[in-house]
Design a protein around this ligand. Structure first.
Ligand code: SF4
Length: 140
């Protein structure tokens, strides 16, 4: 993928929890490319956008530009991350964002801070989101 990676806020969490599973083959291939770039390049920038992004583009749940089949849920997840980081739309360093996020969400007793944002996501019980965030696995 060329150009800056555009991410909606809660995908800052998904790009850390992702472990090769996803909604469709196309979604997984795209996710592989995006996470490889983000996880291996300390200088990678991301553009935060409050709408569908470059991961939604290959997702079967994307209905149209700016519309996800599960908008009620994913917009709530986005809001949790916006509030945690005081985010606005714009360009940021991926590493700076996840460093702050992992410090905040990993500080609780267990996973209660992450759970409050996206605990009802279908991937939450089966993925390594909490472990990776607590261990700051992708902070370079
Ligand atoms: S489920 Fe919705 S928010 Fe998540 S990647 Fe698919 S279209 Fe985007």
């Amino acid at each position: 993928m060329d150009g800056i990676i555009k991410l909606r806020p809660h995908h800052l969490l998904c790009t850390q929890g992702y472990s090769g599973k996803g909604y469709s083959e196309g979604f997984v291939s795209n996710m592989d490319i995006v996470t490889k770039r983000l996880r291996n390049n300390p200088d990678e920038k991301v553009e935060i956008i409050f709408t569908t992004d470059c991961l939604c583009s290959d997702c079967p749940s994307k209905v149209a530009e700016g519309v996800c089949k599960t908008d009620e849920k994913v917009q709530r997840f986005d809001k949790g991350v916006i509030d945690a980081l005081g985010l606005k739309e714009g360009v940021y360093s991926y590493q700076e964002l996840i460093t702050k996020l992992d410090e905040q969400l990993g500080a609780g007793k267990e996973d209660e801070r992450l759970k409050a944002i996206c605990g009802d996501c279908e991937w939450y019980p089966v993925s390594a989101c909490w472990r990776n965030i607590r261990d700051k696995k992708y902070v370079l």
